[in-house]
Design a protein around this ligand. Structure first.
Ligand code: ACO
Length: 279
């Protein structure tokens, strides 16, 4: 058995029209996240993050699952048998790539094609946008096997939906489908599975037309202002725009020029044409 090759295959990706379609690829194990997958995912994210060929990253799953959460055998039982060193290492590897994804350079979309359990809520929240198949099933199944929803899952549930929903979800371990997940705010939209990829591709194309410096600044501020007071947020947003200007000081001027002088587009109806930008 070629262990390196096995680890490589736990995640696959292809780049089409500047969209990186990244897939959890352990369909036989319902894409449960084992240490090999967690290590490989970090490498894949690393490879794609600053690639000129990639403008948007989509995270999906091969087969019937998005991800059935942490691998109960390889992530929990086998790492625990190595003592605290093993447990902490496995946690660093998984939490590490979720954190990397939360603050990723490019906009990210979770395309939830099927089962999404427990630890899967980490990458679900890490993605900026999320679209689910109506047929998908979401669950905090931790309670069903005797633990609390760790690895950030409790925080994710409460961050995305209300207290009563989060509490019911965590205490009962009952699953909700994609439609309910959209109603609760776990995902932006739910669609029939056969329409899911087309819709996600459409959203990715919308994002690809935007100024990439503005996209990164925007996704970061939306994540950060939640815990700030109004005054802190007001000040931080001024600083964040000024920091963005240090990367691209021409884009917004070009955006104003095409509207006010050239009258070639309307910002209320779509993005300015970046191909005309000198920067
Ligand atoms: N960890 C380890 N192995 C898993 C996991 C998992 N989380 N999920 C599925 N598998 C394995 C099964 O053991 C089985 O392996 P085998 O073929 O070697 O016997 C294989 O994947 C297929 O699983 P089935 O249960 O046969 O698939 P089915 O489609 O019938 O059911 C379902 C899918 C509902 C997702 C089921 O596999 C399941 O309940 N999985 C566990 C979900 C879960 O509770 N995850 C942990 C959340 S808590 C956390 O992440 C901290």
């Amino acid at each position: 058995m070629d262990l390196h090759r096995d680890e490589q295959n736990t995640v696959t990706f292809e780049i089409v029209d500047r969209v990186a379609w990244v897939s959890f690829n352990r369909p036989d194990k319902r894409n449960a996240m084992n240490p090999a997958l967690n290590r490989r995912m970090m490498d894949v994210l690393d490879e794609l993050e600053f690639s000129e060929d990639v403008g948007v990253l989509v995270l999906t799953g091969e087969g019937t699952a998005w991800s059935a959460g942490m691998d109960l055998k390889e992530y929990f039982r086998e790492t625990e048998s190595q003592g605290l060193r093993g447990t902490r290492r496995a946690q660093r590897e998984s939490y590490g790539w979720w954190r990397r994804l939360r603050w990723y350079q490019k906009p990210t979309i979770a395309m939830v094609n099927g089962w999404c359990f427990g630890g899967g809520y980490g990458p679900l929240f890490a993605c900026d946008l999320a679209f689910a198949a109506e047929e998908a099933k979401f669950g905090l199944s931790e309670i069903n096997w005797g633990i609390l929803p760790g690895g950030g899952a409790t925080k994710v549930a409460l961050e995305l939906t209300g207290f009563r929903n989060a509490m019911y979800h965590a205490l009962t371990g009952e699953n909700i489908d994609g439609r309910k997940a959209a109603e609760w705010g776990f995902v932006n939209e739910a669609l029939p599975l056969e329409q899911l990829k087309a819709r996600v591709g459409e959203v990715a194309q919308v994002l690809l037309k935007k100024n990439p410096v503005a996209l990164k600044a925007t996704k970061d501020v939306v994540r950060r202002v939640g815990t700030m007071t109004y005054d802190e947020a007001e000040d931080y947003l001024v600083r964040a725009q000024e920091a963005a200007n240090s990367y691209d000081n021409e884009g917004r001027k070009e955006g104003i020029r095409q509207f006010i002088d050239e009258k070639s587009y309307k910002p209320g109806l779509g993005a300015y044409d970046r191909s005309k930008s000198k920067a």
